[in-house]
Design a binder for this molecule. Structure first.
Ligand SMILES: C[S@@+](CC[C@H](N)C(=O)[O-])C[C@H]1O[C@@H](n2cnc3c(N)ncnc32)[C@H](O)[C@@H]1O
Length: 425
């Protein structure tokens, strides 16, 4: 997807869409006014993406696919789901478990393709659970799965985490959609960046970045200092209690404040099992590298990426790359073991994408459009310049009763390229 710094080059929004976006912006502005004119960026992002009936994921925006704003791996190729499903069978067998829980299943395409393999005879799977926060997407998933033969497998939509879950948990592009916070370097100090109403804006609901607090004066921000100390353990604190840094002036970065709570809730819901996290991201030392001056905040609108989260709130997706060191820290604190970390290309090659491609194209001429589409999809998933390197896969295991992992220490899909050491480098 191409990135533009010029919002005027984006496709124009329709009149109805603009009316909707204005309602979203007014809702956010009301919250901001009630909070003395300043919201943290995570609060802003939560409202822009998930405000009930208004946010990007909670209202009717098309979101996925050619008529939407972005595509994800399950939509690029069925080979992605098939590779994952093959590993799920082994992990379920190892744990004598029978359930899969998918977070944020999007269009339901992953579940449909995975069930093609998992509902066959001999599969240990008995129940496929879908945890979806958006009513609009749940309806779409139900439509997608209505025509899927699920055999003996029961489909079960959830509003919240279950109790005593045992099995495989799958989350593709979920963590990068969780609300993030942002910081900036000014005068050699780290500052939290939040959101205020734009001064002099024609519309009452235009937003702009504001260092905390709204008037720019420094206040004690102990919460931020604690986070900064974790993100940059070698930086110091000066006599004014500001975090000082050697990062270049103007440097921006992001962090996801809800990771600890997210993994604690998952651990509390899980007796034993395996968690596969797939997301855009890097180990911390690479993500918060001095050369990555502008951070990784990305907005998606009609298949163009841009960097302005205040443009058309409610019509654009907003994401930030995941700090996989923070994911590992949060997961370990919650009682998970880090059983694998690799690139998407490493995972898919280790999981046998070449065999899946050969099987799916058997009997098709190379010039057959279905053959071409499958080969092209595999390239997009694997190539370093596409998703192969930018997307990472992490395998977590947990057994609450014994405290020991119930999956082998290094799964075959993670052994081709074991990157776990890079998390702590
Ligand atoms: C970028 S989409 C990915 C969808 C899908 N997994 C895929 O690969 O196509 C992000 C999804 O995360 C969901 N989501 C966000 N926060 C969530 C949460 N706390 N629990 C479950 N799903 C969540 C959104 O509703 C949305 O469906």
């Amino acid at each position: 997807m191409s990135f533009t710094t010029d919002p005027s080059s984006l496709p124009p929004a329709g009149a109805d869409a603009l009316v909707h976006s204005r309602r979203v912006a007014e809702h956010i502005a009301e919250r901001m006014t009630a909070a003395d004119g300043w919201l943290s960026f995570a609060e802003y992002m939560q409202l822009a993406l998930y405000a009930p009936g208004l946010g990007y994921y909670s209202a009717g925006a098309r979101k996925f696919g050619a008529a939407g704003d972005f595509v994800t791996a399950p939509m690029i190729s069925p080979l992605f789901a098939r590779c994952c499903a093959r590993r799920f069978i082994d992990w379920l067998d190892l744990q004598s478990a029978r359930e899969i829980l998918e977070f944020g299943p999007g269009t339901g395409q992953f579940a449909a393709d995975a069930l093609g393999l998992l509902s066959g005879s001999g599969s240990p799977l008995r129940r496929y659970r879908l945890l979806e926060v958006s009513a609009d997407l749940r309806e779409r998933q139900q439509q997608t799965l209505a025509s899927t033969a699920s055999g003996d497998v029961e489909l079960d939509w959830l509003d919240s985490l279950p109790n005593d879950f045992a099995g495989v948990v799958f989350a593709n592009e979920i963590l990068d959609a969780l609300p993030c916070e942002r910081f900036v370097v000014r005068g050699g100090e780290l500052w939290r960046l939040g959101v205020g109403l734009a001064s002099g804006a024609v519309s009452a609901a235009r937003f702009e970045w504001r260092m905390r607090p709204a008037n720019g004066a420094r206040v004690d921000d102990d919460d931020f200092r604690m986070i900064a100390a974790r993100l940059f353990p070698n930086e110091g604190v000066n006599e004014k209690r500001s975090v000082v840094t050697n990062l270049p002036e103007g440097y921006c970065g992001e962090w996801h404040p809800s990771l600890t709570a997210w993994f604690a809730a998952l651990a509390a819901a899980m007796d034993r099992g395996t968690v596969l996290i797939v997301d855009y991201g890097l180990p911390r030392s690479q993500l918060l590298h001095p050369q990555r001056m502008t951070g990784s905040l990305r907005c998606h609108y009609r298949h163009q990426a841009h960097g302005d989260p205040f443009l058309h709130p409610g019509l654009c997706d907003i994401t930030a790359w995941v700090d996989f060191t923070a994911v590992a820290e949060a997961a370990m604190q919650a009682g998970f073991q880090i059983s694998g970390f690799t690139t998407q290309a490493g995972f898919l090659l280790g999981a046998g994408i070449d065999r899946e491609l050969a099987a799916a194209t058997t009997g098709l001429e190379p010039a057959d459009p279905r053959h071409i589409a499958l080969a092209r999809g595999a390239r997009t998933l694997l190539l370093p310049g596409e998703m192969g390197e930018a997307v990472k896969c992490m395998l977590l295991t947990r057994d609450a009763a014994s405290g020991t992992p119930s999956a082998p220490l290094l799964d075959s899909a993670f052994s081709l390229q074991d990157l776990r050491a890079s998390l702590w480098g």
